[in-house]
Design a protein around this ligand. Structure first.
Ligand SMILES: [Zn+2]
Length: 174
């Protein structure tokens, strides 16, 4: 089931989410809903707080090439256990901040540990777009948005645009 995505500014996007308990069918269903919502958007990553769920769950699929098989990944309680000194700049966007993009510098490679949908602990190294995306999504679990890395003026400008977008959308619904 597709879920509505919260738009910044929203206090639910600024909270530190608590870890999830042992894997359950409810949590697997949540991850399935998140993947469906992400693909429909379309996006390459989504964190549970973005659909108003206060839990450390993220989904991602950064396969970009035409005709390449999708690679949906669901991570429960993901944790960055190592990061490279080498940095990488990507132009980032966010489904909670529609149509706004900005360069963000992050470690180029990260090692992430997480619980998979079978309840098994996994660990993997990520680089390129996957590294940027997984760091962006884990940030969401800590109440951090990509615009928090920008200069205050730029951040305020984007936030004002989002306030207006939300007003316009509320008016359309009314
Ligand atoms: Zn985001």
């Amino acid at each position: 089931m597709k879920r509505p995505i919260l738009i910044h500014p929203d206090p639910r996007l600024k909270k530190v989410a608590p870890p999830v308990p042992d894997l359950s069918d409810d949590l697997r269903a949540l991850a399935d809903d998140m993947l469906e919502t992400m693909y429909a958007a379309p996006g390459i990553g989504l964190a549970a707080p973005q659909i108003g769920v206060d839990a450390r769950v993220i989904v991602l699929d950064c396969v970009k090439g035409e005709g390449e098989a999708p690679r949906p990944v669901a991570m429960f309680n993901p944790e960055i256990v190592a990061k490279s000194d080498m940095l990488n700049v990507y132009e980032e966007g966010c489904l909670s901040i529609p149509d706004q993009y900005a360069d963000v510098e992050r470690p180029a490679e990260v090692t992430v540990r997480w619980i998979d949908r079978d309840g098994k602990e996994r660990q993997e190294d990520f680089d390129g777009l996957w590294a940027t995306c997984v760091q962006h999504e884990i940030d969401h679990l800590n109440g951090v948005l990509f615009i928090d890395y920008l200069k205050p003026l730029k951040r305020q400008l984007i936030t004002r645009k989002m306030v207006k977008l939300k007003k316009d959308r509320a008016r359309e619904k009314a």
